[in-house]
Write a new protein. Structure first.
Length: 54
């Protein structure tokens, strides 16, 4: 953000490159047994209200 440059893929730890987030409409092969939308909304709200330095 400071240099207005994107994060290069080789700078991202391999665990995070393997994660997959599918939206509900997009389908996919993964079946969610546990809906996490409430938790995701709580995380988003926490990030919206957090200090920029966080």
């Amino acid at each position: 953000m400071r240099h207005n440059q994107p994060i290069r893929l080789d700078e991202v730890y391999s665990h995070w490159r393997r994660l997959c987030f599918d939206d509900e409409e997009g389908g996919g092969d993964v079946q969610d047994d546990y809906p996490c939308s409430a938790e995701w909304q709580a995380i988003q709200e926490q990030l919206r209200t957090a200090d920029v330095s966080m």
